[in-house]
Design a protein around this ligand. Sequence first.
Ligand SMILES: [Zn+2]
Length: 341
Amino acid sequence: MLSIVEQVFKKLNIDYTPRKNGVELQFRCINPNHPDRHASASINTQSGQWKCFSCLMSGNLKSLVKLVSGDISDIDNLITPKDTVQFKIGSIYKASTKNILSYENTVNFSHTIDCLMNDFMPATRDITSLNYLVKKRKLTKDTIKRYRLKYCKTGQYADRIIIPYYMNDELIGFNSRYIGDNPSTLRYLYCLNNSLFESFIYNYENITNNDYCILAEGPFDLMYLVQCGYKNVISTLNTNISRKQLTKILNFKKIIFCFDNDEKTKAGQNAVLKHASDILDFAPDLPIYGAELPVGKDPNDCTPDEIKDAFSHLKRIRLEPKVVPPSIFEYMRLNYNQGML
Ligand SMILES: [Zn+2]
């Protein structure tokens, strides 16, 4: 399966040489003012970002198409048409994804994803992925199988654990976690059917009742909590709760957050507050609690006892009432009462 970038290059007749397992393509600079006799430019097939190392011109996939063809209106026609898919790159949280890059394209989603999934192997069958999941994430083989985790050895998703997302048993996309040792490689790389993903809640099909739900930050946290015996664990997998996700979450009588307790960035705590305020905007009386893990730990770093302890000392999350600026009438009334008007 060709990456979007390769499909575009082929349609535009740009010659290229794949590098780094196809993650990068080397090509002759497209800057009309730079007659490039060697292939001095390189594009990342995951982000679409390109750069010429000779004249230093750079840009994204759209700017490249515009430079070469003079028009970007045709970009959709360069790729096999069908459902909308968004390839997103970055980690779950905005704080760590300053340069989150996305480019929407029309491709035949179900075909694309089926082809890709066929290239992945069960994560239990490779020693590298098994080591990562068992040692770093504390997952058992049963959990790995239950969540149908895969591993990819070569190509666009090389050295990545694949976390498939199913909705009513239909595959709507996957996230991939890089476990290789190149520090400059993007940690997470998603392939999603965007229209379905908007209402998707991870593990929602395993909910047993609506008494409460436990919201986990990421998929590995969720799997570990389930493995530790917790029920009704779900994840929005995102910084923001979409309207469609919120509709589902508001059905629970009680909400418990179990997010990372990162000491420095406070990303986990901030995400909880953000989520909580989104929920309380619609349901101000809904009881929301936080399970506070030991400082500096995420669920996967904790022993089952540490998690148990956090859950037995739940902290109620309330937000400061919002300060609404007084209306002009209120302003007049106040001033009138004080004899100023
Ligand atoms: Zn150049």
